[in-house]
Design a protein around this ligand. Sequence first.
Ligand code: ZN
Length: 417
Amino acid sequence: MSRALAIVNCAQVVTLAGSNCARSGAGMRQLGILNGSALFIENGRISAVGARPEIERRLGRYDELIDAGGRVAMPGFVDAHTHAVFASTRCAEFERRCEGATYEEIAAAGGGILETVRQTRQATEDHLLEAALRHEQWFLRNGTTTAEAKSGYGLTLDDELKMLRVIRRLNDGGRMHWVPTFLGAHAVPEEYRGRRREYVELVCEAMLPAVAGQGLVRYCDAFCEPSAFSIDETRAVLSKAAALGLGLRLHADQLTCSGAAELAASLGAATADHLEQTGASGIAALHAAGVQPVLLPGSVYALGRSRYARARDMIDAGLAVVLATDFNPGSSPTPSIPMVLSLACAQMHMTPAEAITATTINAAWSLGLGHETGSLEAGKRADVLIADCADYRELAYFFGVEHAWLVIAGGEAVWRR
Ligand SMILES: [Zn+2]
Protein backbone atom coordinates (compact mmCIF):
# COMPACT_ATOMS: atom_id res chain seq x y z
CA MET A 1 0.00 0.00 0.00
CA SER A 2 1.37 3.41 -0.88
CA ARG A 3 2.04 5.68 2.07
CA ALA A 4 2.54 9.44 1.73
CA LEU A 5 4.13 11.71 4.30
CA ALA A 6 4.35 15.50 4.25
CA ILE A 7 6.88 17.53 6.25
CA VAL A 8 5.76 21.15 6.34
CA ASN A 9 6.81 24.43 7.93
CA CYS A 10 10.57 24.06 7.48
CA ALA A 11 12.50 27.31 7.97
CA GLN A 12 15.08 25.97 5.52
CA VAL A 13 15.13 22.88 3.35
CA VAL A 14 18.80 22.30 2.64
CA THR A 15 18.42 20.30 -0.58
CA LEU A 16 21.95 19.99 -2.01
CA ALA A 17 20.06 19.16 -5.17
CA GLY A 18 21.24 19.33 -8.73
CA SER A 19 24.59 17.65 -9.12
CA ASN A 20 25.44 14.42 -10.91
CA CYS A 21 28.84 14.14 -9.27
CA ALA A 22 30.61 15.16 -6.08
CA ARG A 23 30.98 18.90 -5.57
CA SER A 24 34.28 20.72 -5.66
CA GLY A 25 35.60 24.26 -5.41
CA ALA A 26 32.96 26.98 -5.05
CA GLY A 27 30.30 24.31 -5.69
CA MET A 28 30.85 23.07 -2.14
CA ARG A 29 29.18 26.27 -0.86
CA GLN A 30 26.02 25.86 -2.95
CA LEU A 31 23.49 24.14 -0.70
CA GLY A 32 20.34 24.78 -2.73
CA ILE A 33 18.38 26.11 0.26
CA LEU A 34 14.61 26.60 -0.06
CA ASN A 35 13.16 28.83 2.64
CA GLY A 36 9.76 28.15 4.20
CA SER A 37 9.33 24.96 2.24
CA ALA A 38 7.84 21.50 2.47
CA LEU A 39 8.98 17.99 1.66
CA PHE A 40 6.84 15.11 0.44
CA ILE A 41 7.69 11.45 0.78
CA GLU A 42 5.97 8.49 -0.87
CA ASN A 43 6.87 4.85 -0.34
CA GLY A 44 10.19 5.67 1.29
CA ARG A 45 11.29 8.03 -1.50
CA ILE A 46 11.21 11.80 -1.82
CA SER A 47 8.46 12.75 -4.24
CA ALA A 48 8.66 16.55 -4.14
CA VAL A 49 10.41 19.47 -2.44
CA GLY A 50 9.10 23.04 -2.63
CA ALA A 51 6.26 25.35 -1.65
CA ARG A 52 3.51 23.52 0.24
CA PRO A 53 0.41 24.78 -1.62
CA GLU A 54 1.93 24.04 -4.99
CA ILE A 55 2.91 20.49 -4.02
CA GLU A 56 -0.45 19.80 -2.40
CA ARG A 57 -2.20 20.88 -5.57
CA ARG A 58 -0.03 18.59 -7.62
CA LEU A 59 0.15 15.53 -5.35
CA GLY A 60 -3.14 15.65 -3.53
CA ARG A 61 -3.52 13.63 -0.33
CA TYR A 62 -1.03 12.43 2.22
CA ASP A 63 -1.44 10.01 5.12
CA GLU A 64 0.71 11.74 7.71
CA LEU A 65 1.69 15.37 8.32
CA ILE A 66 4.75 16.42 10.29
CA ASP A 67 4.96 20.08 11.31
CA ALA A 68 8.68 20.88 11.46
CA GLY A 69 7.91 23.95 13.57
CA GLY A 70 10.26 26.30 11.72
CA ARG A 71 13.24 23.95 11.93
CA VAL A 72 15.84 22.95 9.31
CA ALA A 73 15.29 19.90 7.09
CA MET A 74 18.34 18.46 5.37
CA PRO A 75 19.67 15.15 4.10
CA GLY A 76 20.61 12.62 6.78
CA PHE A 77 24.37 12.65 7.26
CA VAL A 78 26.51 10.15 5.36
CA ASP A 79 29.56 9.00 7.37
CA ALA A 80 32.09 7.64 4.86
CA HIS A 81 34.68 6.26 7.31
CA THR A 82 33.87 4.33 10.48
CA HIS A 83 35.09 1.32 12.45
CA ALA A 84 31.67 0.93 14.08
CA VAL A 85 31.86 -2.79 14.89
CA PHE A 86 34.10 -3.60 17.85
CA ALA A 87 33.93 -5.24 21.26
CA SER A 88 34.67 -3.50 24.56
CA THR A 89 36.30 -0.06 24.82
CA ARG A 90 39.82 1.30 25.31
CA CYS A 91 38.99 3.76 28.08
CA ALA A 92 41.86 2.46 30.26
CA GLU A 93 44.28 3.23 27.43
CA PHE A 94 42.63 6.64 27.05
CA GLU A 95 43.40 7.34 30.70
CA ARG A 96 47.07 6.38 30.13
CA ARG A 97 47.20 8.79 27.17
CA CYS A 98 45.73 11.53 29.36
CA GLU A 99 48.63 10.87 31.72
CA GLY A 100 51.16 11.34 28.91
CA ALA A 101 51.69 8.01 27.10
CA THR A 102 51.56 8.32 23.31
CA TYR A 103 49.34 6.33 20.94
CA GLU A 104 52.47 4.85 19.33
CA GLU A 105 53.97 3.79 22.71
CA ILE A 106 50.75 2.04 23.64
CA ALA A 107 50.58 0.30 20.26
CA ALA A 108 54.24 -0.79 20.48
CA ALA A 109 53.50 -2.40 23.86
CA GLY A 110 50.75 -4.54 22.30
CA GLY A 111 47.84 -2.22 23.10
CA GLY A 112 45.96 -0.05 20.63
CA ILE A 113 44.37 -1.83 17.67
CA LEU A 114 45.67 -5.22 18.85
CA GLU A 115 43.83 -4.80 22.17
CA THR A 116 40.55 -4.33 20.30
CA VAL A 117 41.47 -7.34 18.12
CA ARG A 118 41.81 -9.50 21.26
CA GLN A 119 38.44 -8.33 22.59
CA THR A 120 36.69 -8.68 19.23
CA ARG A 121 38.04 -12.20 18.64
CA GLN A 122 36.70 -13.28 22.04
CA ALA A 123 33.24 -11.83 21.43
CA THR A 124 30.48 -13.97 19.95
CA GLU A 125 28.74 -12.67 16.85
CA ASP A 126 25.65 -11.88 18.92
CA HIS A 127 27.65 -9.90 21.48
CA LEU A 128 29.37 -8.00 18.71
CA LEU A 129 26.00 -7.20 17.17
CA GLU A 130 24.72 -5.96 20.53
CA ALA A 131 27.68 -3.57 20.79
CA ALA A 132 27.21 -2.43 17.19
CA LEU A 133 23.52 -1.73 17.76
CA ARG A 134 24.45 0.54 20.67
CA HIS A 135 26.78 2.43 18.32
CA GLU A 136 24.12 2.54 15.60
CA GLN A 137 21.76 4.24 18.03
CA TRP A 138 24.40 6.94 18.65
CA PHE A 139 24.80 7.52 14.90
CA LEU A 140 21.05 7.86 14.45
CA ARG A 141 20.54 10.30 17.30
CA ASN A 142 23.25 12.48 15.75
CA GLY A 143 21.46 12.51 12.40
CA THR A 144 23.49 9.95 10.44
CA THR A 145 21.40 7.67 8.21
CA THR A 146 24.13 6.08 6.04
CA ALA A 147 27.59 4.97 7.13
CA GLU A 148 30.50 2.96 5.90
CA ALA A 149 31.82 0.33 8.35
CA LYS A 150 35.09 -1.54 8.21
CA SER A 151 36.18 -4.94 9.43
CA GLY A 152 39.77 -5.12 10.65
CA TYR A 153 39.51 -6.13 14.31
CA GLY A 154 39.34 -9.85 13.52
CA LEU A 155 42.47 -10.42 11.43
CA THR A 156 41.70 -14.13 11.00
CA LEU A 157 39.42 -15.23 8.19
CA ASP A 158 36.75 -16.42 10.63
CA ASP A 159 36.84 -13.30 12.78
CA GLU A 160 36.79 -10.97 9.77
CA LEU A 161 33.79 -12.87 8.41
CA LYS A 162 32.14 -12.57 11.84
CA MET A 163 32.54 -8.78 11.77
CA LEU A 164 31.21 -8.54 8.21
CA ARG A 165 28.18 -10.68 9.09
CA VAL A 166 27.46 -8.24 11.93
CA ILE A 167 27.47 -5.36 9.41
CA ARG A 168 25.07 -7.35 7.23
CA ARG A 169 22.82 -7.92 10.24
CA LEU A 170 22.85 -4.17 10.97
CA ASN A 171 21.62 -3.67 7.40
CA ASP A 172 18.97 -6.37 7.88
CA GLY A 173 17.72 -4.37 10.88
CA GLY A 174 16.71 -1.73 8.36
CA ARG A 175 17.26 1.37 10.48
CA MET A 176 20.49 2.68 8.95
CA HIS A 177 22.11 1.92 5.62
CA TRP A 178 25.61 0.44 6.09
CA VAL A 179 28.31 0.08 3.42
CA PRO A 180 30.75 -2.74 4.28
CA THR A 181 34.52 -2.46 3.77
CA PHE A 182 37.12 -5.20 4.30
CA LEU A 183 40.15 -4.01 6.31
CA GLY A 184 42.19 -7.19 6.81
CA ALA A 185 45.31 -5.06 6.34
CA HIS A 186 44.64 -3.01 9.48
CA ALA A 187 47.51 -4.41 11.59
CA VAL A 188 49.76 -7.47 11.51
CA PRO A 189 48.27 -9.71 14.22
CA GLU A 190 50.41 -10.93 17.11
CA GLU A 191 50.65 -14.52 15.88
CA TYR A 192 52.25 -13.25 12.63
CA ARG A 193 54.87 -11.09 14.33
CA GLY A 194 58.08 -11.52 12.31
CA ARG A 195 56.11 -13.20 9.49
CA ARG A 196 54.41 -10.20 7.95
CA ARG A 197 54.91 -11.42 4.39
CA GLU A 198 52.86 -14.53 5.26
CA TYR A 199 50.10 -12.37 6.73
CA VAL A 200 49.85 -10.21 3.59
CA GLU A 201 49.65 -13.44 1.59
CA LEU A 202 46.84 -14.67 3.83
CA VAL A 203 44.93 -11.42 3.27
CA CYS A 204 45.40 -11.60 -0.51
CA GLU A 205 45.01 -15.31 -1.16
CA ALA A 206 42.51 -16.46 1.48
CA MET A 207 40.63 -13.57 3.10
CA LEU A 208 39.92 -11.37 0.08
CA PRO A 209 38.56 -14.15 -2.17
CA ALA A 210 36.36 -15.38 0.70
CA VAL A 211 34.86 -12.05 1.73
CA ALA A 212 34.35 -10.97 -1.88
CA GLY A 213 33.02 -14.39 -2.85
CA GLN A 214 30.39 -14.26 -0.11
CA GLY A 215 29.24 -10.84 -1.26
CA LEU A 216 29.92 -9.35 2.17
CA VAL A 217 31.90 -6.27 1.11
CA ARG A 218 31.79 -3.46 -1.39
CA TYR A 219 35.19 -1.84 -0.67
CA CYS A 220 38.65 -2.84 0.50
CA ASP A 221 40.80 -0.60 2.69
CA ALA A 222 44.37 -0.87 4.03
CA PHE A 223 46.29 1.03 6.71
CA CYS A 224 49.19 2.38 4.64
CA GLU A 225 51.77 3.61 7.15
CA PRO A 226 55.39 2.56 7.82
CA SER A 227 54.29 1.24 11.25
CA ALA A 228 51.40 -0.73 9.68
CA PHE A 229 51.65 -1.73 5.98
CA SER A 230 54.24 -0.45 3.51
CA ILE A 231 53.47 1.08 0.14
CA ASP A 232 54.33 -2.23 -1.58
CA GLU A 233 52.23 -4.31 0.81
CA THR A 234 49.30 -1.93 0.46
CA ARG A 235 49.59 -2.03 -3.32
CA ALA A 236 49.56 -5.83 -3.28
CA VAL A 237 46.40 -6.00 -1.13
CA LEU A 238 44.48 -3.31 -3.00
CA SER A 239 45.45 -4.61 -6.45
CA LYS A 240 44.10 -8.01 -5.50
CA ALA A 241 40.90 -6.38 -4.20
CA ALA A 242 40.45 -4.42 -7.44
CA ALA A 243 40.89 -7.61 -9.45
CA LEU A 244 38.04 -9.12 -7.39
CA GLY A 245 35.81 -6.18 -8.30
CA LEU A 246 35.97 -4.24 -5.02
CA GLY A 247 36.27 -0.46 -4.80
CA LEU A 248 39.33 0.91 -2.99
CA ARG A 249 39.80 3.20 0.00
CA LEU A 250 42.95 3.63 2.07
CA HIS A 251 44.24 5.07 5.31
CA ALA A 252 46.88 7.40 3.88
CA ASP A 253 49.48 9.78 5.34
CA GLN A 254 47.95 9.83 8.83
CA LEU A 255 51.14 9.76 10.89
CA THR A 256 53.84 10.20 8.24
CA CYS A 257 53.93 11.48 4.66
CA SER A 258 54.87 8.20 3.01
CA GLY A 259 53.58 8.60 -0.54
CA ALA A 260 50.27 6.94 0.27
CA ALA A 261 48.25 9.70 -1.41
CA GLU A 262 50.21 9.14 -4.61
CA LEU A 263 49.58 5.39 -4.26
CA ALA A 264 45.83 6.02 -3.94
CA ALA A 265 46.01 8.07 -7.13
CA SER A 266 47.96 5.42 -9.04
CA LEU A 267 45.47 2.72 -7.99
CA GLY A 268 42.43 4.82 -8.94
CA ALA A 269 41.04 4.51 -5.41
CA ALA A 270 37.63 5.98 -4.60
CA THR A 271 39.07 7.72 -1.55
CA ALA A 272 42.27 8.47 0.34
CA ASP A 273 41.47 8.94 4.01
CA HIS A 274 43.15 10.95 6.82
CA LEU A 275 45.86 12.86 4.81
CA GLU A 276 46.99 14.88 7.85
CA GLN A 277 50.60 14.82 6.57
CA THR A 278 49.86 15.13 2.83
CA GLY A 279 51.54 18.02 1.06
CA ALA A 280 51.17 19.78 -2.27
CA SER A 281 52.38 16.90 -4.45
CA GLY A 282 49.95 14.45 -2.84
CA ILE A 283 47.08 16.91 -3.28
CA ALA A 284 47.99 17.37 -6.95
CA ALA A 285 48.12 13.60 -7.48
CA LEU A 286 44.68 13.10 -5.88
CA HIS A 287 43.23 15.84 -8.05
CA ALA A 288 44.71 14.44 -11.27
CA ALA A 289 43.28 10.98 -10.51
CA GLY A 290 39.87 12.16 -9.25
CA VAL A 291 40.35 10.57 -5.79
CA GLN A 292 38.15 12.03 -3.05
CA PRO A 293 39.92 12.96 0.20
CA VAL A 294 38.11 11.81 3.37
CA LEU A 295 39.26 14.03 6.22
CA LEU A 296 38.94 12.81 9.82
CA PRO A 297 39.47 15.68 12.26
CA GLY A 298 38.01 13.71 15.19
CA SER A 299 41.14 11.57 15.31
CA VAL A 300 43.45 14.59 15.36
CA TYR A 301 41.41 16.10 18.18
CA ALA A 302 41.11 12.91 20.25
CA LEU A 303 44.83 12.15 19.96
CA GLY A 304 45.54 15.64 21.31
CA ARG A 305 47.31 16.75 18.15
CA SER A 306 47.16 19.97 16.19
CA ARG A 307 48.09 19.07 12.63
CA TYR A 308 44.81 18.79 10.73
CA ALA A 309 44.62 17.92 7.02
CA ARG A 310 44.98 20.89 4.68
CA ALA A 311 41.31 21.13 3.81
CA ARG A 312 41.53 24.69 2.45
CA ASP A 313 44.35 23.80 0.05
CA MET A 314 42.42 20.72 -1.06
CA ILE A 315 39.22 22.68 -1.76
CA ASP A 316 41.21 25.40 -3.56
CA ALA A 317 42.89 22.68 -5.65
CA GLY A 318 39.45 21.43 -6.74
CA LEU A 319 39.18 18.25 -4.66
CA ALA A 320 35.69 17.01 -3.72
CA VAL A 321 36.36 16.90 0.01
CA VAL A 322 34.55 14.50 2.34
CA LEU A 323 34.48 14.68 6.16
CA ALA A 324 33.83 11.65 8.37
CA THR A 325 34.04 10.61 12.03
CA ASP A 326 36.54 7.70 11.84
CA PHE A 327 34.46 6.39 14.77
CA ASN A 328 36.66 3.78 16.51
CA PRO A 329 37.55 2.81 20.08
CA GLY A 330 41.11 4.19 19.98
CA SER A 331 41.89 7.32 18.02
CA SER A 332 38.42 8.76 17.36
CA PRO A 333 35.71 7.64 19.76
CA THR A 334 32.94 9.85 18.37
CA PRO A 335 29.97 8.90 16.18
CA SER A 336 28.95 12.57 15.91
CA ILE A 337 29.03 14.29 12.52
CA PRO A 338 27.97 17.58 14.20
CA MET A 339 31.19 17.37 16.27
CA VAL A 340 33.11 16.87 13.01
CA LEU A 341 31.38 19.93 11.50
CA SER A 342 32.57 22.00 14.44
CA LEU A 343 36.16 20.74 14.13
CA ALA A 344 36.19 21.26 10.35
CA CYS A 345 35.05 24.86 10.68
CA ALA A 346 36.95 25.90 13.82
CA GLN A 347 40.20 24.03 13.15
CA MET A 348 40.40 23.49 9.38
CA HIS A 349 38.82 26.76 8.22
CA MET A 350 36.08 25.17 6.17
CA THR A 351 32.82 27.10 5.98
CA PRO A 352 29.66 25.58 7.47
CA ALA A 353 28.28 25.11 3.94
CA GLU A 354 31.41 23.29 2.77
CA ALA A 355 31.33 21.06 5.83
CA ILE A 356 27.65 20.18 5.25
CA THR A 357 28.41 19.30 1.61
CA ALA A 358 31.34 17.16 2.77
CA THR A 359 29.15 15.12 5.12
CA THR A 360 26.15 14.64 2.82
CA ILE A 361 26.30 14.63 -0.98
CA ASN A 362 30.10 14.38 -1.33
CA ALA A 363 30.23 11.55 1.19
CA ALA A 364 27.44 9.76 -0.67
CA TRP A 365 29.33 9.97 -3.98
CA SER A 366 32.48 8.64 -2.30
CA LEU A 367 30.51 5.51 -1.39
CA GLY A 368 28.98 5.11 -4.84
CA LEU A 369 25.58 6.22 -3.48
CA GLY A 370 25.32 9.68 -4.99
CA HIS A 371 22.22 8.74 -6.99
CA GLU A 372 20.56 7.23 -3.90
CA THR A 373 21.09 9.55 -0.92
CA GLY A 374 22.95 12.68 0.27
CA SER A 375 20.51 15.26 -1.09
CA LEU A 376 16.79 16.02 -0.91
CA GLU A 377 15.41 15.68 -4.43
CA ALA A 378 12.64 13.72 -6.07
CA GLY A 379 13.43 10.05 -6.54
CA LYS A 380 16.03 9.72 -3.82
CA ARG A 381 15.70 7.62 -0.69
CA ALA A 382 13.93 9.66 1.99
CA ASP A 383 16.85 10.01 4.42
CA VAL A 384 16.03 13.23 6.25
CA LEU A 385 17.35 15.01 9.32
CA ILE A 386 15.18 17.66 10.92
CA ALA A 387 17.54 19.70 13.08
CA ASP A 388 16.38 21.75 16.03
CA CYS A 389 17.48 25.12 14.66
CA ALA A 390 16.28 27.67 12.11
CA ASP A 391 19.62 28.16 10.30
CA TYR A 392 21.85 25.29 9.12
CA ARG A 393 24.99 27.15 10.26
CA GLU A 394 23.99 26.47 13.87
CA LEU A 395 24.90 22.80 13.32
CA ALA A 396 28.59 23.70 13.07
CA TYR A 397 28.41 26.66 15.45
CA PHE A 398 26.88 25.20 18.61
CA PHE A 399 29.01 22.22 19.56
CA GLY A 400 28.36 19.56 22.17
CA VAL A 401 24.64 19.91 21.44
CA GLU A 402 22.40 17.14 20.13
CA HIS A 403 20.86 18.89 17.15
CA ALA A 404 18.66 16.13 15.77
CA TRP A 405 14.93 16.58 16.42
CA LEU A 406 13.63 13.92 14.03
CA VAL A 407 15.57 11.46 11.89
CA ILE A 408 13.92 9.67 8.97
CA ALA A 409 15.63 6.85 7.04
CA GLY A 410 14.01 5.32 3.97
CA GLY A 411 10.80 7.20 4.82
CA GLU A 412 10.56 5.77 8.38
CA ALA A 413 11.13 7.73 11.58
CA VAL A 414 14.18 6.05 13.18
CA TRP A 415 14.83 8.54 15.96
CA ARG A 416 12.89 11.39 17.47
CA ARG A 417 13.64 13.58 20.44
ZN1 ZN B 1 40.07 4.66 10.19
